[in-house]
Design a protein around this ligand. Sequence first.
Ligand code: SAM
Length: 348
Amino acid sequence: MKRLIEQLKEDHDLCDGALADLIESNEPDDALFAAADAVRRAQYGTDVYLRGLIEFTNVCKNNCYYCGIRRDNTKEMRYRLTPEEILESCESGYRMGFRTFVLQGGEDPHCTDDFICTLVNTIKTQFPDCAVTLSIGEKPRSSYQAYFDAGADRYLLRHETASEAHYRKLHPPELSLTNRKRCLYDLKEVGFQVGAGFMVGSPGQTTRELIADLRFLQQLQPDMIGIGPFIPHHNTPFLHEKAGTLKLTLRMLAILRLMFPYVLLPATTALGTISPIGRELGLKAGANVMMPNLTPRRVRQYYDLYDNKICMDEEAAKCRACQEGRVRGAGYRIVCDRGDVCRSIKSE
Ligand code: SAM
């Protein structure tokens, strides 16, 4: 295994068979994590970038089988923040040192392009030293262009799975992998810093699907890669499915760091949900981004993509302080910075 890790660290690539050996290995992960950490330190030092997450709507026209805010979950209380509430969240985030705001939501038909563009423009005018990331799903290229022209810097759109057959198991027929990929390439061409990614342990996922994900990411070369464990939600068709494991998620984080030394890689809330020290372990396995929640407490509980999501009832300031302690405890430091991608690969 040591030889494979060295080779991956050196070449940022392995053949499918060797990747499968690494993903399925029975050996302890210490050497893999140490290699990923060394690469992360060479590239980004001990810096951890913060993204203030504002979950501004949980209304969604889509019906993804895994997601708690899917259209057919009629038990969900639906909400949509006003522009004033979103700006208030940005203001308090700015005071706490956030220099990136991530506006995430379901695919809410009420949030028109005009609404998004005005919002982005207002945030960028009020906080010119901040980056704005959008994560609002699949749109026509013209909409992406309008958001970019309004000042949005980055866009997160997990591809979810790069396998056609697996995509069909996770989504209803009206959604397609072809369109999801089209969106990602459009976003890149428009000029966004782009984030793709997938859930680890989603129903039907095997090593083969994970390798397909890695190959797709090699083609796309995104700036950010968001991965976290799949966790079932009680009001979805996947309620009885097993959650993804901590072990495999950490292993995939480390493999991603070795394959994409430059990439921005979050230690996600889902990772913190399956283990109380999941995010710290994620940082030690190569992650360099954290996304504390700035969503007003009043509605936070309704953005429940999966069961038992953490940080549902904490003041944003408390969330921020908690993450500061976690990052420091793991041996890294939070920096008050936009945290843009650093594409040129640095060696140790
Ligand atoms: N609507 C936007 C989109 O489609 O990209 C953003 C919101 S969507 C809810 C954000 C991400 O949540 C998805 O890309 C998916 O990977 C993740 N997610 C949804 N349900 C999940 C679950 N049950 N477990 C873990 N992650 C989940």
